[in-house]
Design a protein around this ligand. Structure first.
Ligand code: SAH
Ligand code: SF4
Length: 356
């Protein structure tokens, strides 16, 4: 199979195409003009276009399925070159609007990307975990998800968007390719998505949190905490036996963060498991001294899941307790609830349909 052009940083590409300013031109064609063939890259010499065509591919994804929710969330199921599939979600955080001063504001977008086909971590609440682990995504396959979503929605090259690594897979278990994708995204002559606009969500591989920090890529981290004591956390996230809560908190304290920013702690609320005020109290204690922000997520049940969705009243009481005790806390509204919101669910649905 031909290597994919999206897998190359501009500097790497410059080693392949001479003179090196050609790499900049190719980046512009791919990331700004959304070219889908080398032939249309008119400012490159014909011979170069032909050799690029023989040597590289451009887009390693095909859209297999697309679902749009009533709130504007769009979920994609992409097929990779080897026939494996991953999910990507476009979230519309804010609609385009005109404020009272007559100023137009563009819509705000966030793309939720996958980093692996399947996942090794095996969380008991997560549908992605049920299918086991298949393989890591390459940097190009991570980059391609954002590019494909921009192209499909006619989002102009200069349109800013945020990236969250919260799709399928554990990003820090694929750190090398993740770091390369982050760098490709950041390239000013490519998609130009700064580190500040990228958030890596992790189930807590503490040693890799340190490694990511040492790379100084300027990205944010979000910790999928979900429980305040090790017994329950190990039940929900088996890997917690190797990387316990204390080790994660220590790694977070070492992580370089922008002075004005906070570390996000995600807390998946499961009925009767971790939705009580005793847990809220322990959470306040645990996060003491950290510039934290807590994001409460409703557990989203699926067919055959072992857990239940918490009540809204319990969720609100939990949030109020945290806020009263000085923590910033939001409740994640279930975007795209009518299109199998939590990751892994669209893929599962398609596979079920295939089986029927
Ligand atoms: N592996 C990383 C990256 C995101 S995993 C991590 O665990 O942090 C995908 C996200 O979906 C996580 O935030 C997880 O908490 C959430 N999730 C998984 N199953 C869910 C479910 N059934 N209901 C709601 N959220 C779920
Ligand atoms: Fe993997 Fe994240 Fe799902 Fe856990 S929640 S199995 S780490 S994708």
């Amino acid at each position: 199979m031909k290597p994919c052009i999206l897998d190359f940083t501009k500097e790497e590409l410059a080693l392949h195409v001479k003179p090196s300013f050609r790499a900049k031109q190719i980046y512009s064609w791919v990331y700004h003009k959304y070219a889908n063939s080398f032939n249309e890259m008119q400012n490159l010499p014909k011979a170069m276009r032909e050799s690029l065509r023989d040597e590289f591919s451009i887009m390693p994804l095909k859209t297999l399925k697309k679902e749009e929710a009533s709130d504007g969330t769009i979920k994609y199921l992409f097929e990779l070159d080897d026939g494996k599939t991953v999910e990507t979600v476009l979230l519309r955080m804010k609609e385009a609007h005109t404020d009272e001063d007559g100023i137009n504001h563009a819509a705000k977008y966030t793309v939720c990307v996958s980093t692996q086909v399947g996942c090794k971590v095996g969380c008991t609440f997560c549908l992605t975990a049920k299918g086991g682990f298949t393989r890591d995504l390459s940097a190009g396959e991570i980059v391609a998800q954002v590019l494909a979503v921009k192209i499909d929605n006619d989002l102009a090259a200069h349109r800013r968007l945020n990236i969250v690594y919260m799709g399928m897979g554990e990003p820090l278990d694929n750190l090398e390719n993740l770091a390369k994708a982050i760098q490709i995204f950041k390239d000013e002559e490519g998609l130009a998505i700064s580190g500040k606009r990228q958030t890596v969500s992790t189930s807590g591989l503490s040693s890799k949190i340190d490694k990511l920090g040492e790379m100084n890529l300027g990205v944010h981290i979000a910790i999928s905490l979900h429980a305040v004591d090790d017994a329950l956390r190990s039940e929900l996230i088996p890997m917690n036996k190797a990387y316990n809560i204390a080790s994660i908190i220590e790694a977070v304290k070492r992580f370089p963060i922008d002075m004005r920013k906070r570390v996000m702690f995600e807390y998946l609320v499961i009925k009767g498991k971790n939705d009580d005020l005793g847990s809220a109290k322990k959470l306040v204690k645990l996060l003491h001294g950290i510039k934290a922000k807590v994001n409460l997520i409703f557990f989203n049940p699926y067919e055959g899941s072992d857990y239940d969705r918490p009540s809204r009243a319990d969720m609100v009481a939990f949030q109020e307790y945290l806020v009263q005790h000085g923590l910033l806390c939001t409740i994640r509204d279930s975007k795209g609830i009518d299109i199998s919101a939590a990751c892994g669910q669209l893929k599962e649905k398609t596979e079920e349909e295939k089986r029927i």
